[in-house]
Design a protein around this ligand. Structure first.
Ligand SMILES: [Zn+2]
Ligand SMILES: [Zn+2]
Length: 173
């Protein structure tokens, strides 16, 4: 969704607060597509700092479904994003991308809220996602989710090199 910035830019010292619904229903990146289980409108405040500069602050709460790193089961992951950006409207679009080293979310005199939020999700994306700290993962041989039960695979016979590693782990415990 786009917010027209003309209203804020038209006079100095002006602040506009808006709740903006996000159009995107998932976070799509090179890692995959992660649907939002919940999304609240972005609560944004745009302040005219004068000299054609704007300050954009706000917060967004989302819950994304991210697969567990070990067992691939969906983990409901809350993302609380805090937004604080300054935009110099005098600069060219290219200049802004270079300065902030991120996607340009201001196009002409419009603020693209989805693009702004997308960039925030990207930098706040969890490095690691586990359904629980002691997730046992899946059996590499049959794919059984070992959190739900064991399988009858003899994992020691899987691969002679793996067997050696398994022995080392057994002995180190
Ligand atoms: Zn897991
Ligand atoms: Zn198995």
């Amino acid at each position: 969704m786009l917010i027209h910035l003309n209203e804020v830019l038209s006079c100095e010292e002006k602040t506009v607060a808006k709740n903006v619904d996000l159009e995107m229903n998932s976070f799509d990146s090179g890692l995959g597509s992660f649907p939002f289980l919940e999304k609240e409108p972005a609560a944004l405040t745009i302040t005219n700092l004068g000299d054609d500069k704007l300050k954009i602050t706000g917060s967004v709460r989302l819950t994304a479904a991210i697969p567990c790193d070990r067992c691939l089961e969906e983990v409901s992951t809350p993302l609380e994003l805090v937004i604080s950006k300054e935009v110099d409207m005098k600069q060219t679009a290219e200049g802004r991308i270079k300065d902030l080293d991120e996607t340009d979310f201001v196009i002409g005199y419009n603020l693209d809220v989805d693009k702004l939020v997308y960039g925030e999700i990207l930098v706040n994306w969890p490095m690691k996602t586990l359904c629980r700290e002691d997730c046992k993962g899946i059996c590499r041989k049959c794919g059984t989710n070992l959190n739900h039960g064991s399988c009858s695979c003899d994992t020691v016979e899987l691969d002679p090199r793996m067997a050696v590693i398994a022995e080392i782990f057994k002995n180190s415990n």
